[in-house]
Design a protein around this ligand. Sequence first.
Ligand code: VGL
Ligand code: ZN
Length: 200
Amino acid sequence: MTNALIVIDIQNDFCPGGALAVPEGDMIVPRINAMMGDFDAVILTQDWHPAGHGSFASSHLGKSPYEVIDMPYGAQVLWPDHCMQGTRGGAFHDDLQTDRADMIIRKGFRRNIDSYSAFFENDHETPTGLEGYLRTRGITDLTLAGLATDFCVHYSAVDAARLGFGVTVRMEESRAIDLDGSLAAAVAAMKATGVRLSGA
Ligand code: VGL
Ligand code: ZN
C-alpha cells in the first residue's frame, strides 16, 4: 500500500478574513502540517479561478452570492469572488507547510465550469489529471483533509472512492461552509460511497 495525504484548498480566501471564509478554517493548519510526515506523498490542491469566473455571483447580472443557478452541467451555487489567480486570497495560508508537497494541483481555472473535486470538474467528466498522477505513482490509499468539508473535500472524496481508491476523510482536520444542510448531505453521500470518516 502506498498512501497520500491530499490537502484541499487551504487558501486565504477560505480562512477567517477571506472572501469565502469557512468558520475556523485556519484552525486546522497546524494539525495538517503535523500529519504530513505520516504519508508517502503529500499533494496540495488550490482553487484557482480567473477573473469573471462563472461560479462568481458577480458574473451573473442581478444574482447574489449563495443563490443557485442552472449551468449546462447542472446546478451551481454562486459564490463571492474568491481564490482569483495570483491574488493574496488565492495563495495558501501562510502557515501551511507547502515545502513538503510533491505536487500542487490547481482546479477551477476554466471560466465556464467550476471544479469542486480534485479529480473531475463539475460536469463529472472533465479530468484534472490527478487520477493519472496517483496511479502512475502506485498510490492506492488517500487521506483527505481541508476546506471545505461539504464542497471540495466532499466531492473529491466521493470521486476518489468511485475511482477505487481507499479513502479516509479526516473530519477533525476539515471545516465546513454548511449552507442549507450541505454538511449533513455531504456526510451521507460520503458514507454511501464507502468513504471512511475519521474523528467524526
Ligand atoms: C470551494 C466553494 C467554491 C471549496 C471552492 O474549496 O470547498 N467551495 N469554491
Ligand atoms: Zn471556488
